[in-house]
Design a protein around this ligand. Structure first.
Ligand code: ISJ
Length: 115
C-alpha cells in the first residue's frame, strides 16, 4: 500500500470546494460532448444510408483531409493541441466509416433478399 493521496478525504475545505466547483464544470462539459457526439452520429448515420442507397463508397478521403485541416486551424486558434484534435477526429471518423460499411452491407443484403 502507498501513502500517496488519491482521494479527497484529508483536504482543506477551500481546496475541496474549489475542486468540486471545477469538477462540476468538467461534468457539464463531458455531458455536452456526449450530446454533441450523439447528434453528430445521427447525422453521419443518415449520410451512411444515403451513400448505401446510391452505392457511394463509405469513406471520402478528400472530405476527411479538408476536415482535418479545418479542425487543426480551429484547434490552434482555441489553443488546443492540433495533433490531439486531429487524432480525435480520426478516431471518430474511423468509427463512422465502420458504421457506413455495415449500413452498405445491410442495404445490399436487403436488396438481394427483395430481388
Ligand atoms: C460522414 C461522411 O462519411 C465519412 C465520415 C466522415 C466524418 O465522420 O466526418 C467524413 C468523410 C467520410 O469518410 C461523409 O462523407 O460526409
Amino acid at each position: 500500500m502507498t501513502t500517496s493521496n488519491t482521494g479527497t478525504g484529508d483536504m482543506q475545505p477551500e481546496v475541496r470546494q474549489e475542486l468540486e466547483r471545477l469538477r462540476d464544470s468538467i461534468d457539464n462539459i463531458d455531458a455536452a460532448v456526449v450530446h454533441l457526439l450523439a447528434e453528430r452520429f445521427k447525422a453521419t448515420q443518415q449520410v451512411g444510408r444515403l451513400k448505401a442507397v446510391h452505392q457511394l463508397p463509405p469513406a471520402d478521403p478528400g472530405r476527411e483531409s479538408r476536415q482535418i485541416e479545418r479542425l487543426r486551424r480551429l484547434a490552434e486558434n482555441a489553443k488546443l493541441d492540433p495533433a490531439f484534435a486531429e487524432k480525435f477526429l480520426n478516431f471518430i471518423i474511423a468509427e463512422v466509416i465502420r458504421h457506413h460499411e455495415r449500413i452498405a452491407e445491410d442495404t445490399a443484403n436487403a436488396q438481394s433478399v427483395d430481388g
